[in-house]
Design a protein around this ligand. Structure first.
Ligand code: S3P
Length: 449
């Protein structure tokens, strides 16, 4: 089932080369944060380039429920009239975050130190995901959480009436957990300290600094120590959201595996905490060129040109996982078209994403005739070389946008068409995926259910 309706089966077929310019949408991580931080500022934050995917729209709706005024003024252009740190009102109804782990976890953090209660839920995928990783540290601030077994949604969070600051070492590499703690720390007096032993995406830190919070980070033998001074008055901002490297990954990957392709993806965010896939692809022999490298709105940005390449499998360094955590599904699809073995270790976190992504990719690749090996935190793909993947299968997308897009990209290079049982979830992060890929010459079409 699609997140918001009947399943939408989609089929990708091998056709001519992919050519042209791929204008991918705004960054999902930054879009969520723009709405949440806008809601926590006093005055009007203006955002352009916002990702208008369902995940972010659900966060916008939630910010309204907490009292902010969130208005769409044009395509990707939004304003947020914030209520200030500690100014959230108690929502009158359940907050439905749809498919979005980032949405629900960051919003729980943002409300955990205000004297209000809220009940959170989401779709079947989100209701199966662990929330203890966020509610555990939020309890240290004085919040109370009551969820289903394993802390799963639906879950009611009662914010701390007299919050205390927290010093917390994040036990799994997770930007969502780090961000939830930092957002909770905003309304606690004194200094909240978050320590991460593996660096994850740092958009929250960069954006909090941009909104005027006192925040600093230091690399120590203990890990990265991030210190936030509580109870700032956040200043509204003008935010230009860069294009999402995690979405760019799909047309880039497709260009690399479809013979003769040449695709330009302009203006993509290349924050080093997000760019691991591109490093990996270059190591595999990808013809990727970064043009016009620059800094926009505090984030490194470039235009990325990708051309069809003969790729070789590699062993991806496990330490790189946090910087490409969302890109393993598409890497697995690319690896199937490379010569030799691609080994992806240290990726246990993939099991608790929108789906169990190790299992989803392994089963789908097998169905397409690719040999894989799977362990608890490892996926090994035996590449079949350019044009070597048989395809001719239907793969389950499991309410997971990135699984759906990965198999559709694979179908563009496989010998026989590849169908995904439901392309509906793609709308959560990349609502224009279908027309954008078709515009490059891809044969992707909706199939009969
Ligand atoms: C995100 C963090 C990552 C990532 C997700 C977006 C964020 O999740 O997978 O798509 O915006 O903070 P984890 O924090 O669970 O690793």
């Amino acid at each position: 089932m699609s997140a918001h309706g009947d399943p939408i089966p989609m089929t990708a077929r091998r056709a001519g080369p992919l050519m042209g310019v791929a204008e991918v949408p705004g960054d999902k991580s930054i879009s969520h944060r723009a709405l949440i931080l806008g809601a926590l500022s006093v005055g009007e934050t203006r955002v352009t380039g916002l990702l208008e995917g369902q995940d972010v729209l659900d966060t916008g709706k939630a910010m309204r429920a907490f009292g902010a005024e969130v208005t769409r003024t044009g395509a990707g252009a939004w304003t947020v009239h914030g209520v200030g740190v500690g100014g959230f009102a108690e929502p009158a109804d359940v907050i439905d975050c749809g498919n979005s782990g980032t949405g629900v976890r960051l919003i729980m953090g943002a409300m955990a130190t205000s004297p209000i209660s809220a009940t959170f839920t989401g779709d079947a995928s989100l209701r199966a995901r662990p929330m203890n990783r966020v509610t555990d540290p939020l309890r240290l601030f004085g919040a109370e959480a009551h969820g289903r077994a394993g802390g799963r949604l639906p879950l009611t969070l009662k914010g701390a009436v007299t919050p205390v600051p927290v010093r917390y070492t994040v036990p799994v590499p997770s930007a969502q957990v780090k961000s939830a703690v930092l957002l909770a720390g905003l309304n606690a007096p004194g200094e909240t300290v978050v320590i991460e032993t593996e660096a994850t995406r740092d958009h929250t830190e960069r954006m909090l600094a941009g909104f005027g919070a006192g925040i600093g980070a230091e690399d120590t033998p203990e890990g990265r120590v991030i210190t936030l001074t509580g109870q700032p008055e956040l200043q509204p901002q003008e935010i230009v959201v860069p294009r999402d490297p995690s979405s760019a990954a799909f047309p880039v990957a497709a260009a690399l595996i479809v013979e003769g392709s040449d695709v330009l993806v302009p203006n993509i965010g290349l924050n080093p905490t997000r760019a691991g896939l591109f490093t990996t692809l270059c190591e595999m022999g990808a013809d990727l060129v970064f043009e016009n490298e620059r800094v926009e709105g505090g984030e490194p940005v470039a235009d990325l040109r990708a051309r069809f390449s003969a790729l070789a499998g590699i062993e991806v360094p496990p330490g790189r996982a946090p910087s490409m955590i969302d890109e393993y599904p598409i890497l697995a699809a690319v690896a199937a078209c490379a010569e030799g073995k691609t080994v992806m270790r240290g990726i246990a976190e993939l099991r608790v994403k929108e789906s169990d992504r190790i299992d989803a990719m392994a089963r789908g690749l097998e169905a397409c005739g690719v040999t894989v090996e799977e362990e608890k935190d490892t996926l090994i793909v035996h590449g079949m070389g350019p044009g070597g993947v048989p395809g001719g299968a239907t793969c389950a997308s499991r309410l997971d946008h990135r699984i759906a897009m990965s198999f559709l990209c694979l179908g563009l290079a496989a010998r026989k068409p590849v169908t995904v049982d439901d392309g509906g979830p793609i709308a959560t992060s990349f609502p224009v995926f279908e027309p954008l890929m078709q515009g490059l010459g891809a044969d992707i079409a909706r199939a009969e259910a």
